[in-house]
Design a protein around this ligand. Structure first.
Ligand SMILES: NC(=O)c1ccc[n+]([C@@H]2O[C@H](COP(=O)([O-])OP(=O)(O)OC[C@H]3O[C@@H](n4cnc5c(N)ncnc54)[C@H](O)[C@@H]3O)[C@@H](O)[C@H]2O)c1
Ligand SMILES: O=c1ccn([C@@H]2O[C@H](COP(=O)(O)OP(=O)(O)O[C@H]3O[C@H](CO)[C@@H](O)[C@H](O)[C@H]3O)[C@@H](O)[C@H]2O)c(=O)[nH]1
Length: 464
C-alpha cells in the first residue's frame, strides 16, 4: 500500500514541524495537521506561527494550502486519512496513581477513541508521541473494542528531533525508527511508513524493530542523553572544589572516541519538555516492573539535575555576600535552550523561583519568550503572596542593556548567541559594583570580562 493521505493529531512542537517536512518532501501526499486547540490552528494558518524554529516558517509558507493543511476538523481528517500520526502531549501526571512520575496518557487515549469512533476503514496508526512501553497495545485494544472497522495496524515511530534544530534534524535524521507487529500485515504497515521517509532519508537510516523495542528505545535515548548531562554536571561540582576546569575535562574525555564529544556541556541543568518527563517515565516503568534498583539508578539523573540548579543559586547567594534580598538580579535567557521560545521545564524558571524565595528583585530578558509566557511560568511561585507580587518583584525587559541597569548580577541562563556579542563594557558601566556575572552556560569570554572589572563565576570552574 502506498500512503496518499496523512492526518496528524496534535499540532505541537512535534506534529507541526514533522508534518510540514513530510508535506514538503512528498508533494503527492495530502497532509492535514489537526488539533482541538483552535488558537493553535489559527496561528498555524497565520503569519505568526505558534512555535519558533529556525527554517520552519519558510517551509510552512511554501506548502500551506497546497498539500499541507492545519484544521480543527479532526473527524474529516481522520475519515480521509490512510495513515494517522498521534502526536499529542504526554505530560507527567500531576495527580493520582504515578503522580510526578508516570506519563498522563489521557490525550493518547482520547485520540485513539476519536479514531475508533470516526474511522470507516482500517488505517495505519502511528504512535509519534513518547509513550511507555506497551502503549501501542492499549491503542490497539481501544481500536479493536470501539471501532466498527477491523485491520488497524499500530506502529511506533518515536521522534528524535531536538527543539531549536527541529528542521535540520527532520531533514537529516541520524535515524528513523519504526516498530511494528511481526505479522505480515504489521510488516506491510512498516513498509508503507518507511516508503514515506525514504523519499528523503537514506534507506539504511530507516531502522525497523518490534514495537516494544521501538517504544523503549525512545525512553532509553533520552535517558542516556540526560544522563550524560547529569554526569558532566556532577563532575562540574568536583571541578569547582578542586581547581579543575570542566570545559577542559569535557574536551579531554570527549576526545576518547568511545565517549564522544557531544552532550558534555556542563550547565545549570537540562530543561525542556522531554528529558525529565521521559526519565521519570522510565523510572516509573522500572518500579512497575519491580526493578527498584534500576528505577533508583535512573532517578539519580533527575536528582543530580535538581542539585545542579540549586547549587548554582547557592553560589550566587554566597558570592553576593550571603544576601540577595532586595538586590536586582538580571536573568539573560528564559527559554530552556537557544533558538526556541519554549520554556517548558526551563532551568531559568527554577533559578528565578529560588532567587525570588530570597526576595531578590528579578529582571528578565529573553529574545523570544513572551511576557505572558514568563508570567504564566512564574504564576505558581510560592514566594508570591498576592497577584501584585509579580510586578513588585519581577520586571521583563525587551532590551538587554535596559535589563542590566542598576543590577548587582547578570545570570546567563540560556546560551543565546546574541549574549556572546553584547557590549559588556557598556553593561559593566550600567551595573552596581562590584558587578557580578554568573555564566551558567559557559558561553562568555571570561578573561575579557574579568579585565573589564566583572567578578566572574561559571559552572565548573572556580576563579576565586
Ligand atoms: N517537543 C519536542 O521536542 C519533542 C521531541 C520528540 C518527542 N516529543 C514527544 O511528542 C509528543 C508531543 O510533544 P509536543 O512537544 O509536540 O507537545 P505539544 O503540547 O506542543 O503539542 C501537543 C498538541 O496535541 C494537542 N492535543 C491533545 N489532545 C488532542 C486530541 N485528543 N485531539 C487533537 N489534538 C490534541 C494539544 O492541543 C497540543 O496542541 C510528546 O509525547 C513528547 O514527549 C516531543
Ligand atoms: O551538553 C549539553 C546538551 C544539552 N543541555 C541541555 O539539555 C536540555 C535539552 O537539550 P536538547 O536535547 O538539545 O533539546 P530537546 O529539544 O529537549 O531534545 C531532547 O528531547 C527530545 C524530546 O524527546 C528528543 O527528541 C531529542 O532527541 C533530545 O535531544 C537543554 O536545556 C540544553 O540546554 C546541556 O545542559 N548540556
Amino acid at each position: 500500500m502506498s500512503v496518499k493521505n496523512i492526518c496528524c493529531i496534535g499540532a505541537g512542537y512535534v506534529g507541526g514541524p514533522t508534518c510540514t517536512v513530510i508535506a514538503d518532501k512528498c508533494s503527492d501526499i495530502k497532509v492535514t495537521v489537526v488539533d482541538i486547540n483552535q488558537r493553535r490552528i489559527d496561528e498555524w494558518n497565520s503569519d505568526t506561527l505558534p512555535i519558533f524554529e529556525p527554517g520552519l516558517e519558510e517551509i510552512v509558507k511554501r506548502n500551506r494550502g497546497k498539500n499541507l493543511f492545519f484544521s480543527t476538523d479532526v473527524t474529516q481528517a481522520v475519515l480521509e486519512a490512510d495513515l494517522i500520526f498521534i502526536s499529542v502531549n504526554t505530560p507527567t501526571k500531576t495527580f493520582g496513581m504515578g503522580k510526578g512520575r508516570a506519563p498522563d496518557l489521557k490525550y493518547i487515549e482520547s485520540a485513539a477513541r476519536k479514531i475508533a469512533d470516526t474511522a470507516k476503514s482500517a488505517k495505519i496508526i502511528v504512535e509519534k508521541s513518547t509513550v511507555p512501553v506497551k502503549a501501542a497495545e492499549s491503542i490497539s485494544k481501544i481500536l479493536k473494542h470501539n471501532s466498527k472497522c477491523t485491520g488497524f495496524q499500530v506502529l511506533s515511530n518515536p521522534e528524535f528531533l531536538a527543539e531549536g534544530t527541529a528542521i535540520r534534524d527532520l531533514l537529516n535524521p541520524d535515524r528513523v525508527l519504526i516498530g511494528g507487529d511481526t505479522s505480515k500485515e504489521g510488516q506491510a504497515a512498516i513498509r508503507a511508513l518507511s516508503e514515506v521517509y525514504e523519499r528523503w532519508v537514506p534507506k539504511e537510516r530507516v531502522l525497523t524493530t518490534n514495537t516494544w523495542s521501538s517504544e523503549l528505545s525512545k525512553l532509553t535515548a533520552n535517558a542516556f542523553l540526560a544522563q550524560r548531562i547529569s554526569s558532566i554536571n556532577a563532575i562540574s561540582a568536583v571541578c569547582e572544589a578542586t581547581g579543575a576546569d570542566v570545559s577542559e575535562v569535557s574536551y579531554a574525555i570527549g576526545k576518547d572516541s568511545r565517549i564522544g564529544d557531544k552532550f558534555l556541556r556542563a550547565s545549570i541543568g537540562f530543561g525542556g519538555s522531554c528529558f525529565q518527563k521521559d526519565v521519570l517515565n522510565l523510572v516509573y516503568l522500572c518500579e512497575a516492573l519491580n526493578l527498584p534498583e534500576v528505577a533508583e539508578y535512573w532517578h539519580q539523573v533527575i536528582l543530580m539535575n535538581n542539585f545542579q540548579r540549586r547549587r548554582f543559586v547557592n553560589k550566587i547567594i554566597k558570592r553576593l555576600f550571603g544576601t540577595i534580598t532586595g538586590k536586582k538580579i538580571t536573568i539573560y535567557g528564559f527559554a530552556f535552550k537557544k533558538d526556541t521560545g519554549d520554556t517548558r521545564e526551563s532551568s531559568s524558571i527554577y533559578i528565578t523561583k529560588y532567587l525570588l524565595e530570597e526576595e531578590a528583585r528579578i529582571v528578565i530578558y529573553d529574545p523570544k519568550v513572551s511576557e505572558d509566557q514568563i508570567r504564566s511560568d512564574l504564576s505558581d511561585c510560592e514566594s508570591f503572596h498576592s497577584p501584585s507580587d509579580f510586578d513588585r518583584y519581577v520586571t521583563i525587559c525587551k532590551d538587554p542593556y535596559e535589563a542590566a541597569k542598576d543590577s548587582h548580577a547578570l545570570v546567563i541562563c540560556t546560551e543565546w548567541d546574541e549574549f556572546v556579542t553584547l557590549d559588556y563594557e557598556r553593561i559593566y558601566g550600567l551595573m552596581e559594583k562590584p558587578a557580578f556575572i554568573f555564566d551558567g552556560r559557559l558561553i562568555l569570554k571570561h578573561e575579557a570580562l574579568r579585565k573589564i572589572g566583572f567578578q566572574v563565576d561559571v559552572v565548573g570552574k572556580d576563579f576565586s
